[in-house]
Design a protein around this ligand. Structure first.
Ligand code: BGC
Length: 752
């Protein structure tokens, strides 16, 4: 019996090879569905439920538990997470393929978020590169390295739009803009999944966390998200829709509740949008233990109710908790659920396994062909760290430095290998990382070094003396500060986003030496640097730059490379301004420089009135520290001649815009030309500007280039209060420049 089932599967596999649709690079749909059904028919109800189980251990565990082995043997497991020993992976797969009755390959998952062994900059940093080719390359390398160790499936990309730097997971996010995030979604998925599904060396992607997890109230992780439906569709869902179009193999539900319904069991999100509107044919997995957490949310009475609600909403696979395993059969027997609901989930999972070649290639064919930490990977990691760095401030061209300038390399993160890797780096080894200190040593350039503080949160001032003395012996201070890796990421939200510990105090002490200070930040989020900004001469945001952060910084400091990153999030002055984002709507009393009356200039005993104040804080004003899209280089660019091909458009036209960009500085540079639009008057108020296109150009000094953009008018549409998607006639503004604080403006009319 066992043998005949094995042969049946084998024959079906061979038969289906002849139906491989090479034009689409995937199984011809009818063949695929026939195969899914033929496998489904052979499964017992326990085996079907087994496919829905994502089992695993903590990322720290090294052991393969006997319980897991037994469950796999019985066909009660569909996928496994956090198993990173290739021998154990192969052994478990062999049990699934040879000893289980169902003979369905296991899918091995892991959080391969920004690299596997070679760590690239954190996702927020990669977003700052605005370079989709780079993101595709780094994701492809991460996929190759992870595949070589027996991993099929990455829980990435994270596509949660985030407008609040207090949220620890902003580090993993694509930033605040739906257009940029959608481009990133496509680049990540192409990189992870490769040119055709299931190609050796590729991973199955997982678009997470569906949806609006980044809107966690107050930036507190796991917190409720209250988002109006038009904003949900026009902002938070955009990158997920792009992920479906790019062929993301799987989706993961968010932990939080969205407008009162936890995403794990949110029928509107899962059934109505993902599966019905977008016709998604992959599968949706819960987040860690999230089915069970429906009880704590107050959405399910007990585990049985949780299983019922998650399955009814359309959640296919359950991560780690066991509500499906324990209660689905009973719920079907008691007729609360139909077996067809279970079948549908199983189909989605088997279809994904087939589509991504797990049946043909369960044992990671050719995995030895994919090296880890190769020279090529390391040089890409350096390139990524360079392209992600954002030069926020550069008073009187402090940077780049000449190699003749004597420097003091100071700060708690100047030699903190583990910290520069950032969040989600279980598999990255700090011993492989090159810190700034190590990079300077390798180059053989003499420098003074002192940490000044042993770690980022330290308040121990006994280290100050050595740092001040090192500073006094040097012309310029390079202070590498920021946050340790553990201060951002999941469950690491901060209310106060200033430099932690006594870093501010140390920088102010160093400023007394009157030496120039270059502040290099390594952090998982924008930080409040108000207190130190007036005392430093340049600020370079390196984020958590990964394995090659040190060499990248070396090249940037001395101008062998130039910074070109642009902020993918608005940089606030303080956590008290949050949430803060550039694409906000206007109020009836928009903030402006002319109306701003700061707190200290209000006369004591002033008459109780608005005083003409507008929508701003008396003590913080209205502007961010640095706007979305901001980032300097080592040269200057001028923008001129913004030109629209027509001034009147119809809804099926394409808006054609051009502008002239010139490198007016003295060195080579890359500029990200950004185009924003505003629908001036709408049936619901519209954002003051929205990014609709960008292009990166590299120009030598004195060179100029005409940049063209073509934007379909249909993409200017939005969801109105009734959730109809529409493009409304009227006046539009077109704005272009080198950040969201745009330089040039034109207008056009969209006719009814
Ligand atoms: C996170 C997910 C992650 C999962 C598995 C959860 O805590 O929210 O993003 O993929 O764990 O490690």
């Amino acid at each position: 019996m066992l043998r005949s089932r094995y042969f049946l599967t084998l024959i079906l596999s061979i038969a289906c090879i002849f139906y491989f649709d090479s034009t689409k690079g995937c199984w011809a749909q009818h063949t695929l569905e026939a195969r899914v059904d033929s496998i489904l028919k052979t499964l017992s109800i326990e085996e079907k439920i087994g496919q829905l189980n994502l089992r695993g251990t903590s990322s720290r565990s090294k052991e393969l538990s006997q319980e897991l082995i037994e469950q796999v043997r019985k066909g009660e497991v569909g996928a496994v997470l956090n198993l990173t020993n290739p021998q154990q992976v192969m052994a478990l797969q062999e049990i699934a393929m040879k000893e289980s009755r169902s003979k369905i390959p296991l899918m091995f998952g892991r959080d391969v978020i920004h690299g596997y062994k070679t760590m690239f900059p954190i996702p927020l940093a990669l977003a700052a590169s605005w370079d989709m080719e780079l993101v595709e390359t780094t994701s492809a390398i991460a996929a190759h390295e992870a595949y070589s160790q027996g991993i099929h499936w990455t829980f990435a990309p994270m596509l949660d739009i985030c407008r609040d730097a207090r949220w620890g997971r902003i580090a993993e996010s694509p930033g605040e803009d739906p257009y940029l995030a959608s481009k990133l979604a496509v680049a990540y998925i192409r990189g992870f999944q490769g040119s055709s599904p299931g190609k050796p060396g590729s991973l199955i992607a997982c678009a997470k966390h569906f949806a609006a997890y980044g809107a966690a109230e107050g930036g507190r992780d796991y917190n409720t998200a209250q988002v109006s439906l038009p904003v949900l569709h026009d902002v938070y869902l955009k990158p997920f829709e792009a992920a479906v179009e790019a062929g993301a193999g799987t989706f993961m539900a968010g932990f939080q509740d969205l407008n009162g319904v936890p995403c794990t069991a949110n029928r509107y999100l899962i059934q109505d949008i993902l599966k019905t509107k977008w016709k998604y044919s992959g599968f949706l997995v819960s987040d860690w233990n999230a089915n069970k957490e429906l009880i704590a949310h107050g959405y399910a009475e007990d585990e049985k109710d949780a299983a019922y609600k998650a399955m009814s909403a359309g959640l296919d696979m359950e991560m780690t908790s066991k509500t499906y395993e324990r209660f689905l059969k009973q719920l079907i027997q008691e007729k609360f659920l139909k077996e067809e609901q279970l079948n549908e989930a199983v189909r989605n999972i088997i279809r994904t396994k087939l589509k991504f070649g797990l049946f043909e290639n369960p044992y990671f064919k050719d995995r030895n062909l994919f090296p880890v930490l190769s020279q090529e990977h390391l040089s890409q990691a350096k390139d990524a760290a360079i392209k992600s760095a954002v030069l926020l401030h550069n008073q009187a061209s402090t940077l780049p430095l000449s190699q003749k300038t004597s420097i003091a390399l100071l700060g708690p993160l100047a030699d903190a290998a583990r910290e520069q890797l950032g969040t989600w780096t279980f598999d990255g080894n700090p011993n492989d990382a090159i810190t700034p200190k190590k990079a300077w040593e390798q180059k053989g350039i003499p420098f003074q070094y002192a940490a000044g503080l042993p770690y980022s949160r330290s308040k121990d001032e006994s280290y100050f003396k050595a740092a001040i003395s090192a500073a006094k012996k040097s012309e310029v201070i390079i202070f590498v500060g920021g946050e340790e890796a553990i201060l951002s990421g999941e469950a690491h939200s901060r209310a106060d986003i200033r430099l932690p510990g006594n870093q501010e105090k140390l920088i102010l002490e160093l400023a007394k030496t009157k030496k120039k200070i270059i502040l290099v930040l390594m952090a998982g989020r924008p930080l409040d640097i108000q207190a130190v900004l007036p005392h430093v001469h340049a600020v370079l945001m390196m984020w958590h730059p990964g394995t090659m952060g040190g060499p990248a910084l070396f090249d940037l400091i001395y101008g062998t490379s130039y910074p070109s990153g642009k902020l993918p999030v608005t940089w606030p002055k303080s956590g008290a301004q949050l949430p803060l984002y550039y694409n906000h709507t206007n109020t009836g009393r928009p903030a402006s420089a002319s109306s701003f009356i700061p707190l200290d200039s209000i006369p004591v005993g002033a008459w109780q009135s608005s005083l003409g104040n507008t929508s701003h804080y008396l003590d913080l004003g209205y502007a961010p520290q640095f706007p979305f899209g901001h980032g300097l280089g080592y040269t200057e660019f001028s923008f001129s001649q913004l030109h629209l091909k027509q001034s009147i458009y119809q809804s099926d036209d394409t808006l054609r815009v051009s502008l002239l960009v010139k490198n007016t500085g003295k060195s080579m540079g890359k500029e990200t030309v950004q185009l924003y639009l505003q629908d001036v008057t709408g049936s619901v108020v519209r954002p003051i500007k929205e990014l609709k296109a960008f292009e990166q150009i590299t120009l030598a000094p004195g060179m100029e280039k005409e940049v063209y953009f073509a934007i379909p008018i249909a993409s200017l549409g939005f969801h109105d209060s009734q959730l109809n998607f529409r493009t409304e006639p009227g006046k539009f503004k077109v704005m272009a420049g080198n950040s969201s604080a745009t330089l040039l403006t034109e207008e056009f009319i969209l006719e009814p």
